[in-house]
Design a protein around this ligand. Structure first.
Ligand SMILES: Nc1nc2c(ncn2[C@@H]2O[C@H](COP(=O)(O)OP(=O)(O)O)[C@@H](O)[C@H]2O)c(=O)[nH]1
Ligand SMILES: [Mg+2]
Length: 295
């Protein structure tokens, strides 16, 4: 069999498990995950390698309507991820009821090869799931349907084998030891944002960005300082918390994950800064690293 390679975009509504899926597929944490919608802001590439293939997965922010300039940036990054890919993985949450809106969204993809991924099967029984899958049988634009659990890793190999069927013969686009287009710094700042999303409530976490201000690799210790940027003074006090408790919680959880990424001990210093309404300011969005990086 010839070597297969190609590009696969992961699309779907917020919270269906797209980022969890890319991490499971490539067995590395490249995309952050949280129960809150709009966790992913950027297009992220994760590269899967085995003996006879290389698959370049592109994780995208969930589709939703634009409210501010950051939202516009996110929807542009979905559009650019859709272009020029060999296969689209359209992910839906199989533990939810399937609505007519879901069917409409699926039908809209009629020009590309689409594999429908029905995620979170660990939350349903076969009896619940089977009638749901039957609803998709008539959809002619779907080349395959794969029920799986991104979180548990069930059926992941089945998905990879199916994707390979639809990829062209080709060359490697990335060296085998490269698993993402993002730098360690980028992943570090995303991990800090992930923990802020986990622990903070309401609108506070959605107005957060993280900026790395120091990254020094020592012999036995990597020292990292990061600013957590928020939109309002009142948010700043919430993020710091009583006696600095919230910031400490975010920092401890983040450090644990960052140590796995840098493969060593880390000292993490976090600061909180206010930049009013940065989500509506093009310059801030660019400064914070949300910039189109087309393939
Ligand atoms: N039970 C279960 N939860 C999942 C699964 N995949 C993702 N999740 C959870 O769904 C939430 C959203 O996941 P995320 O990957 O951030 O979704 P995204 O917005 O589509 O990228 C998180 O709380 C995940 O832990 C799965 O297979 N099973
Ligand atoms: Mg995501």
């Amino acid at each position: 069999m010839s070597f297969k390679s190609g590009f696969v975009a992961i699309l779907g509504e917020p919270n269906v498990g797209k980022s969890t899926l890319i991490n499971t597929l490539i067995k590395e944490k490249v995309a952050i995950v949280s129960p809150k919608p709009q966790t992913t802001r950027d297009k992220i590439i994760g590269v899967y390698n085995d003996n006879d293939s290389q698959i370049v997965f592109i994780d995208t922010p969930g589709m939703h309507t634009s409210k501010n300039k950051l939202d516009e940036f996110m929807s542009k990054s979905i559009d650019s991820a859709k272009r020029g890919v060999d296969v689209i993985l359209l992910v839906i949450d199989g533990s939810r009821k399937i609505t007519s809106k879901d069917i409409e969204i699926i039908k809209a993809y009629d020009k590309q090869k689409v594999i429908l991924v029905v995620n979170k099967i660990d939350l349903s029984t076969f009896e619940d799931l089977y009638p749901k899958l039957e609803q998709f049988n008539d959809l002619k634009n779907i080349v395959d349907i794969v029920p799986l659990s991104a979180k548990r890793g069930d059926n992941i190999q089945v998905l990879i084998d199916i994707i390979k069927k639809y990829l062209p013969s080709g060359v490697k686009y990335f060296d085998s030891d490269v698993y993402t287009d993002k730098s360690v710094r980028y992943i570090v700042k995303e991990i800090v944002r992930e923990k802020a999303l986990w622990y903070l409530q309401d609108e506070v976490p959605h107005g957060i960005a993280v900026e790395i201000v120091e990254f020094t690799e020592g012999e036995n210790l990597t020292t990292i300082a990061a600013d957590i940027i928020c939109e309002k003074q009142s948010h700043k006090s919430i993020i710091i918390g009583k006696d600095g408790g919230m910031l400490k919680k975010i920092g401890m959880a983040a450090r644990e994950d960052i140590e796995k990424v840098v493969e060593g001990k880390v000292m993490l210093k976090l600061f909180v800064k206010v930049r009013e309404d940065w989500r509506d300011n093009n310059k801030y969005i660019k400064d914070l690293g949300y910039e189109q990086n087309d393939l």
